[in-house]
Design a protein around this ligand. Structure first.
Ligand code: SF4
Length: 435
């Protein structure tokens, strides 16, 4: 029998859990460092007590930056087996979290399969599932229906839930008054907004927040406070709607911590590069250091087909400035449900952003692999280079497709290879270029 409900409660009671020990080992930190920051809320360890096969991860700006991969079926792409293949491929490529955003069919078996067999943190957005679960249109759902779906996901073993608690009826007036270019682009946020408009009632995730906290406390579900008003284009970045919601998310973070419920706070969105660092600092202050989970930020709006790159640029700046968790973006963003190759491209781009930030933040051992790559390149050891590569398959394929005449170089420079010339020169050897 556990002497605590949540990781945060354990930490506050001075208990080091096996999840904290696992995180400490992975992060090259001592357990007391992890425990103290979990107690303060600056590290979240999303680990539902019903997700028995989880390999726990810590989320916090002083730890390795984690990445999330969104998957799940939609009405147009509804093959659960293909989705499960993508899940396992994503985990093998280093995704620490999978969000199941399924919006079609019977979603519970897939969700349960995830929490029974996937070691990554599992997240969901219960408001999406509400319409599907009850098979009733949005306006026909009651506040209680939404809360019951949160409970269902908690029982099913989901580690974190995105809940759009931060918009209220006041937000309706603000959105109308401030005339944003892209209004609300958060799928869950738009559903909550639409429900409020159609029923005339307050946001149920805000109004019944205390009830939600009881559920999350019971199962140790981390609340990911959704940013319904995240900017959907550069022009809307850092506007009144975004910042006003962030202030409310800060208040809700405090209320969750009072009940020992772990929290992450979601953030932008689309944002010019020069605003990213300031946004990270403002969030850190308003939300008292709660881990920041950013969706991008995409640093330009004009690259559909390449938004894994626009978001990796923003993600790297965000993580280096304090964000703890990056949501991947694929080349299919704004265009279609990502296929297997899109998922791979999105994960690699996010991993690069996260890793680059970890090096800048001097996360322990973050640069070990880069140092090993430097050594392997200096001695032209290609096998070692594949071992160090984030995507060895692609790297090897490129070399093999354009193989060099001389094995100790590559087809870029051939015998003009600077590395080869330097090695020979420093060894006092003759350097043949023409022969
Ligand atoms: S041939 Fe040129 S690109 Fe290739 S390893 Fe040598 S220096 Fe690098």
């Amino acid at each position: 029998m556990r002497e605590y409900s949540t990781q945060m409660e354990a930490a506050r009671k001075g208990i080091v859990t096996k999840e904290m020990e696992a995180v400490a080992k992975k992060e090259y930190r001592d357990t007391e460092f992890i425990r103290a920051l979990v107690a303060e809320g600056k590290i979240a360890i999303p680990a539902n007590k019903n997700h028995k096969c989880i390999d726990p991860e810590g989320v916090g700006s002083m730890l390795r930056t984690k990445i999330n991969v969104n998957l799940g079926v939609s009405r147009d792409c509804k093959d659960y087996d293909i989705e499960m293949e993508k899940v396992m491929a994503a985990v093998n490529m280093g995704a620490e979290a999978i969000m199941d955003l399924s919006s079609h069919g019977n979603t519970q078996p897939f969700r349960k399969k995830l929490t029974e067999s996937c070691p990554a943190m599992i997240g969901t957005v219960p408001v999406y599932d509400s319409v599907i679960h009850y098979q009733r249109d949005l306006a026909e759902l009651t506040a209680k229906d939404f809360i019951d779906v949160v409970r269902l996901h908690a029982e099913d073993g989901v580690d974190f839930v995105t809940l759009h608690c931060g918009i209220t009826r006041k937000t309706i007036e603000q959105i109308k008054k401030h005339k944003r270019k892209m209004n609300i682009v958060s799928r869950g946020g738009s559903l909550v907004f639409a429900w409020m408009c159609m029923t005339g009632q307050e946001n149920p995730f805000y109004e019944y927040y205390d009830e939600i906290l009881e559920i999350c406390r019971e199962y140790d579900v981390t609340i990911s406070l959704g940013d319904a008003c995240r900017p959907g284009c550069l022009a809307d970045a850092s506007d009144v709607c975004q910042i006003e919601e962030l202030v409310r998310l800060g208040e809700l973070t405090k209320r969750a911590w009072e009940k020992d419920v772990q929290v992450m706070v979601e953030g932008p969105g689309h944002m010019p590069m020069d605003q990213i660092e300031a946004n990270m600092k403002i969030q850190n202050t308003i939300c008292m250091g709660a881990p920041f989970y950013v969706l991008g930020p995409l640093v330009t709006d004009i690259a559909p087909g390449y938004d894994h790159i626009t978001s990796a640029i923003g993600g790297a700046i965000a993580a280096a400035s304090g964000a703890a968790f990056l949501c991947y973006v694929t080349p299919a963003e704004h265009l279609a449900l990502p296929n297997v190759d899109d998922v791979k491209q999105g994960i690699i781009a996010s991993k690069i952003a996260a890793h680059a930030a970890d090096i800048a933040k001097k996360i322990p051992h973050a640069m070990d692999r880069d140092n090993a790559m430097g050594d392997a390149r200096r001695v032209l050891d290609w096998d070692k280079q594949w071992e160090c590569a984030l995507d060895p398959e692609t790297a090897k394929k490129i070399r093999d497709d354009r193989s060099p005449e001389y094995d100790d170089t590559c087809s870029m420079c051939g015998k003009f290879c600077a590395v080869r010339s330097m090695n020979k020169a420093l060894n006092g050897e003759y350097i043949d270029i023409l022969g």
